[in-house]
Structures are given as C-alpha cells and as structure tokens.
Design a protein around this ligand. Structure first.
Ligand SMILES: C[S@@+](CC[C@H](N)C(=O)[O-])C[C@H]1O[C@@H](n2cnc3c(N)ncnc32)[C@H](O)[C@@H]1O
Length: 250
C-alpha cells in the first residue's frame, strides 16, 4: 500500500489555493513576456493541482515530476477531467531534452527539494536550455536565510474527507550545518467505522539562501533575475519573508 502521505496529499493541502497561485503566476509572467505564451513547461507538477488550472488556458502544457506516486495521481486527474492539452513526463528536467518554451513554472517549493548545489545548477541549466529567447521562468521556494533565522515549527491539524478524519501532526527538525529541515508527517486516519490507520513520512527540505540561488542561476546561464516576496512584485525579498519568488528571464 502506498504511504498515507501520497494517498492524502491533496487532502492535506486542501487549503492551498492552486487557482489563485496559477492566476498570479500567469499575471506576473505576462508582465515580462511581450506576447501571449504559446506553451508552458511545469516542473514538479506533483499530483497535478496546478496542472489542472494551467490546462484551462488551452495551450500545450508539459508537466514533469520525478516522483512516480505523485505523477501517477497527476495522470489520473488529467484523465478524470478529460484534459487533452497536457503532456506528462516522469523524469527529472535534467534528463529530458525539451526546447522552446515561453514560460516555465516550478511552484510550491520544488527548488527546496534539491539537495546539492551542483544539482541546483544543473536543474536551472536544464530549464535555461528548455526556454525560448525572451521567455520567463518563475518559481517559489522557502527563503533559506529566513528559515535559518526562524526555523519552521511543528503543527497539528485535522481535515475531514468524506467520512474519514485525517489528523496530521507535523514535526520539524532543522540541521543548521547542512541547511536542511526534515518535516515528519505523522498521519492518523480515522475511518467511519472507527478503524484507525497510522503512518509517517519524512520530507527533507533544503534551506537555500537567496544568494546561493542567485549564484546557481548565474552559473546555469541566467543573467536577468529578481527575488521578491512570494507573489508580490512590490516587495523585494528580505530575511523577513519566509516564502520568496524568483522571476527569471532568458
Ligand atoms: C511540494 S511538491 C509540489 C507539487 C505540486 N506543484 C503542488 O503544488 O502540489 C514538489 C515536487 O517537485 C518534484 N521535483 C523535485 N525535483 C525535481 C526535478 N529535478 N525534476 C522534476 N521534479 C522535481 C518533487 O518530486 C515533488 O513532487
């Protein structure tokens, strides 16, 4: 049986407003792009919640993820919604040879999953090579500087799903030397008949500082990039902003 984290991923993040994030990301991308996008590349599509919103644009969308369980759910959602303009790859962007995209998004901390600096550079370089001239790449991620000053804390919450209740006790453990936070999702599902299932899942998140990300983008070939508070072009990122967004142009 797959881990409960995967089974309940969409339920655990039910309060995340995917529609609004895609709307804002597109609004920002269009400020930089001087024409309507002819296609979009989405990296780290996960279970496809942003993908479903992007598909509404009726232009070709290419969505990729390395996680087989996530991508399986993404494929199911695309099929269930009879979507025909999304192509899905279960590979790292570094292992694909994609070309000529007008916009690339990697939303919801994809970059925070990358463990090594040289991998960060090769990830950005693969994106750079997948873009057409004058295109835009936008991503959000944790601000490593803010997280090292004020490390993420644990929390507990419950969500109802049909006749089940899902309780999530999130524990957070930060390793300051290796710039890494491990999030432990302790999940407890109570079924309608009272049966209880428990499982846990550890997710490592890497605390890249804005400076490290800028260095990696530069080494990957990008010369034009800015770092803002998440989805807010009016606020240049500071160590007070826990979530940040990069807007890069090729
Ligand atoms: C927090 S999830 C976000 C998923 C989805 N965008 C969402 O908002 O639900 C980050 C995803 O990035 C994927 N990822 C990390 N590194 C990747 C890479 N090099 N190429 C493709 N996907 C990657 C992970 O497998 C994970 O599913």
């Amino acid at each position: 049986m797959s881990n409960l984290f995967y089974k309940y991923y969409d339920i655990l993040f039910t309060s995340k407003d995917y529609e609004e994030e895609v709307f804002k990301s597109l609004e920002i991308a269009k400020k930089y792009l001087n024409h309507e996008p002819k296609n979009i590349l989405e990296i780290g599509c996960g279970t496809g919640s942003h993908t479903l919103e992007l598909a509404k644009l009726n232009i070709p969308i290419t969505s990729i993820d390395v996680d087989q369980e996530m991508i399986t759910r993404c494929r199911e959602k695309i099929k269930e919604n009879n979507i025909s303009n999304v192509e899905i790859y279960d590979k790292r962007i570094q292992d694909l040879d994609l070309k000529d995209f007008d916009i690339c998004f990697s939303l919801f901390n994809v970059v925070t999953y990358i463990p090594k600096f040289n991998e960060l550079v090769s990830f950005f370089n693969a994106i750079y090579n997948s873009l057409s001239d004058d295109s835009v790449y936008i991503f959000d991620c944790w601000n490593g500087s803010a997280a090292l000053l004020d490390p993420p804390k644990g929390k507990e919450y419950s969500v109802k799903n049909n006749n089940e209740e899902i309780n999530c006790k999130l524990e957070s453990n930060t390793d300051f030397i290796n710039q890494k936070t491990t999030l432990r999702y302790n999940l407890r599902v109570t079924k309608e008949n009272g049966e209880v299932i428990e499982d846990k899942y550890d997710l490592d998140q890497y605390l890249w500082t804005p400076n490290q990300i800028k260095d990696a983008l530069g080494l990957a070939g990008f010369t034009k990039f800015e770092c803002y508070e998440n989805f807010n072009l009016n606020e240049v990122a500071t160590d007070k902003h826990w979530k940040i967004m990069f807007v890069c142009q090729k």
